[in-house]
Design a protein around this ligand. Structure first.
Ligand SMILES: Nc1ncnc2c1ncn2[C@@H]1O[C@H](COP(=O)(O)OP(=O)(O)OP(=O)(O)O)[C@@H](O)[C@H]1O
Ligand SMILES: [Mg+2]
Length: 245
C-alpha cells in the first residue's frame, strides 16, 4: 500500500487498507461480514466502557508467551473502534522484536517508531492514516531493534514519546501492541506507563502457570480482560474451566 505522494513531512501519510489482505491476516473488524468481527466489537465496547469510566487512554495488548494473537487482536480492536462515530484510535507497534502491525495491515511505512526515537523523524511524519472504507485509524509502525529493544523501551526518550502521544492524540484511544510478558523485560518496564492491559492467551500455547506468572507482574496494573484466543469447541471447556480472572 503506497502512502500518498506529496504529503509534507510533518503531516501523516495516508494509505487505503485492502480488505482482502486484512481478512487473509485474520483482521476482520473493519466491517467485513466475518462473524468474528462481532466478537471484536463486543470486546471493544466492554474495553471502551471501562476506559472511559476511568479516564484511561493507553491500552497495552500483551500475552504471556509469543504467538498468542496480540497483533491480530490489537489491529482488530483499533479498526473496531474506528467504526464507532466520534471515536478514533491510534495503534502503536511497540514490539521491537517482531514488529508486524504494518505487515498485517498491508502498510508501507516511510518512518516508524525507531525513526522517532532516533530523532530522524517527528511523530507526525511517522504516523500513517490508514483508511478502511469511511473509517480511519492512525498507525505508528514498528521497527525491529532486538539488540537494543529493552534499552529503548526503558529509556527517557520513550517516556518523552509517550508524553508527546498523550498530548497530541488526546482524543484517541492509544492501543500498544507489545511483546510477550514472560520473555524479556520490555513489558514489565513499560507497564507503569500504561493505563490498562489486555492479556491475550493462546489456546495450545498459554498454560495456567503462564497466566499466574503474568498476574504477579500485573498486580499494580489495570488488567481489563484476558482474551482466550484460538479457541475451538474442543479447547473451550479446558480454558474456561481452569482459569478465571
Ligand atoms: N483466533 C485465531 N485463530 C487462528 N489463528 C490465529 C488466531 N489469531 C491469530 N492467529 C494466527 O496466529 C499467529 C500469531 O498471531 P499474532 O501475530 O497476532 O500473535 P502475536 O501474539 O502478536 O505473536 P508474536 O508474539 O510473534 O508477536 C498468526 O499467524 C495469526 O494469523
Ligand atoms: Mg505480535
Amino acid at each position: 500500500m503506497e502512502p500518498h505522494r506529496g504529503v509534507p513531512p510533518s503531516r501523516p501519510a495516508v494509505a487505503r487498507l485492502n480488505a482482502t489482505h486484512l481478512e487473509k491476516m485474520r483482521i476482520v473488524a473493519h466491517g467485513s461480514n466475518d462473524p468474528k468481527g462481532r466478537y471484536y466489537d463486543m470486546l471493544r465496547t466492554q474495553i471502551l466502557q471501562e476506559m472511559d469510566k476511568n479516564g484511561w487512554q493507553f491500552l497495552a495488548v500483551t500475552s504471556p508467551t509469543p504467538n498468542c494473537g496480540k497483533t491480530v487482536t490489537a489491529c482488530n480492536l483499533a479498526l473496531s473502534m474506528a467504526r464507532l462515530p466520534e471515536r478514533a484510535a491510534l495503534l502503536v507497534d511497540m514490539d521491537m522484536h517482531k514488529a508486524k502491525v504494518a505487515e498485517y495491515l498491508g502498510l508501507e511505512a516511510r518512518n516508524n517508531i525507531l525513526s522517532v526515537l532516533e530523532d530522524r523523524a517527528t511523530v507526525g511524519a511517522s504516523i500513517v492514516e490508514a483508511c478502511a472504507g469511511p473509517n480511519e485509524i492512525a498507525v505508528l509502525p514498528g521497527a525491529v531493534s532486538s539488540a537494543s529493544a529493552s534499552e529503548w523501551i526503558a529509556s527517557q526518550t520513550m517516556a518523552n514519546l509517550l508524553q508527546a502521544i498523550k498530548r497530541d492524540f488526546r482524543s484517541r484511544v492509544v492501543i500498544f501492541d507489545l511483546p510477550p510478558m514472560l520473555v524479556g523485560s520490555d513489558v514489565i518496564s513499560i507497564l507503569p506507563r500504561m493505563d490498562a492491559v489486555l492479556l491475550v492467551a493462546g489456546v495450545g500455547t498459554t498454560t495456567p502457570n503462564d497466566l499466574k506468572a503474568c498476574q504477579k507482574h500485573l498486580q499494580r496494573s489495570n488488567l481489563l480482560r484476558v482474551v482466550v484466543n484460538k479457541v475451538t469447541e474442543a479447547t473451550e471447556s479446558y480454558y474456561y474451566g481452569n482459569y478465571s480472572t
